[in-house]
Write a protein that binds this ligand. Sequence first.
Ligand code: TUI
Length: 315
Amino acid sequence: MLKSVICDLLGIQYPVFQGAMAWISDADLAAAVSNAGGLGIIAGGNAPTAVVQEQIRKARTLTDKPFGVNIMLMSPYAAEIAQMTADEKVAVVTTGAGNPAKYMPAWKQAGVTVIPVVPSSAIARLMERSGAAAVVAEGGESGGHVGDLTTMALLPQVCDAVSIPVLGAGGIADGRGMAAAFMLGACGVQVGTRFLVAKECNVHPTYKAKILKARDIDTMMTGRRLGHPVRSLKTPFSQEFFKKEYDSSVSDEELEKFGEGALRLSAIEGDEQHGCFLSGQVAGMVHQEQTAAEIVLDIVTGAEARLRQAAQWID
Ligand code: TUI
């Protein structure tokens, strides 16, 4: 079976993380992925501290395996959630959309393993110096808030830049992607988009249907002007946002206001007109709803087969 240092570090069976998705990755999905041998991750997103804490406590009733909590550092509750995760002594904290260095001492003291998501090798090095146990190098193919580099270019450069373990994310949905990430130096992967259609994922059915229907060219980037580019499915909302972004008569404040609440509208209401349906470029490879266990096993066995076959290229 495919194993790596990340399995020993975290006490998990397979080096597959379920990417945190705001308004979507709850205790049910995280526990299902952890029970399947991967690492399930509860998304903090912009949720208040008590809501995230409740999900942590619920996940503990659903699994005795390790799971993680992601802190979105642009959240107004980031500092409070950072302290709460230390108090709760969660096994793993991942972070996104910022620098978590100032919270590191509290997590270290509580024995929390910290794995920041990084978009460049400079930020990866900074995280290593701050005490991160590993990093997830996330390329711009992924859904949500993304950096400039592709996974293909970013992952090997991050691997060269740090000596802690590196996981790959962005553009990975099956065993081929996982095998490729290992070839680029990763010792694990983080997968988001494919878990959107997991049976245990409580996202609105319309969201699942849109992912299942999407083709390779059906995502786009918006939000560059505001300094936080976001990848989502092409929808009336994202196309309108894009137009406003290039309209100099629209102020930054108006643009921010236009985007407010759009993640809740997609994930909870399934609002096809006004929702922002975050998705990675791999949506076109996601063809069926499956259990989290089926997804984890398909990715890992697929990667194993590819990696075994790799020797065929050499005579
Ligand atoms: O964070 C993500 N993906 C996200 S966050 C999110 S919620 C959101 N909604 C609207 C606007 C913005 C966010 C949806 N998807 N991925 C991890 C990630 N982290 N991508 C990029 C970064 C990152 C960026 C800068 C990490 C560190 C960083 O450091 C800069 C600094 O502050 O030094």
